[in-house]
Design a protein. Structure first.
Length: 221
């Protein structure tokens, strides 16, 4: 029996730990940004998008989480060149989201601790990086996580369904954000659809990586 497939293999444990950590970070990001300001009375206002929290007291958590994404994605080598290239691209895109923050028209709210907004050009770059980040993760979920080196186990087949659903949800959410921004921003902005669509995208991304890390539907002996 090939020992590289056993849970005692240090390399396998490293891969699983990285996958679980990436998934956990994605799961916690929208939850923490939404609940912590309410619990500790840091800001009563829900932001229009997750990226807008960059300007609030939760900005350090937002940027720290994205930098952590980048670190773990850089450390993740996967099983072949496609895994490595995809994870490196996702790493660069996550850093791009951090270093090119979105713009905000009105910074007069007491929620904001940064009082100077970035330019519209920087904001466009920000959302381009964000879209590329999630498209790359969607590609990994749809085409890389579903690979198998032999006959797939029943649980592997179930995991593949999760990967495909999560990948499709991420793509649909990204397209929905684009459609909203281009055509319905004035009419629907008060309902914060971007925030909720980004949350759905992060939850799908998180579920995919937690499953890949064997926190869900782990194969049994």
């Amino acid at each position: 029996m090939n020992t590289t497939n056993q849970p005692t293999d240090p390399l396998l444990i490293s891969f699983l730990a990285i996958r679980k950590t990436i998934g956990a970070l994605g799961l916690l990001l929208p939850i923490v940004l939404l609940l912590v300001p309410l619990i500790f009375n840091l800001c009563p206002e829900r932001q229009a998008s997750i990226s807008d929290y960059y300007y609030t007291k939760m900005g350090s958590y937002f940027t720290g989480t994205l930098c952590a994404f980048s670190l773990f994605l850089f450390s993740y080598k996967g099983y072949d060149k496609a895994d490595r290239v995809s994870s490196l691209l996702a790493c660069v895109f996550a850093l791009g989201v951090v270093f090119f923050p979105t713009s905000i028209n009105d910074l007069s709210s007491s929620c904001y601790v940064i009082t100077t907004s970035s330019s519209k050009t920087t904001s466009i770059i920000h959302y381009t990086f964000a879209a590329c980040f999630f498209v790359t993760l969607s590609y990994m979920s749809l085409f890389l996580f579903t690979k198998t080196s032999g006959e797939p186990t029943p649980r592997k087949l179930k995991r593949n369904i999760i990967y495909k659903i999560c990948g499709c949800v991420m793509l649909v959410s990204i397209v929905s954000i684009l459609v909203f921004t281009l055509f319905f921003k004035e009419a629907l902005n008060k309902y914060h659809p971007t925030f909720y669509l980004e949350t759905v995208t992060l939850l799908a991304f998180s579920l995919s990586w937690l499953t890949k890390g064997e926190a869900i539907l782990k194969d049994t002996d």
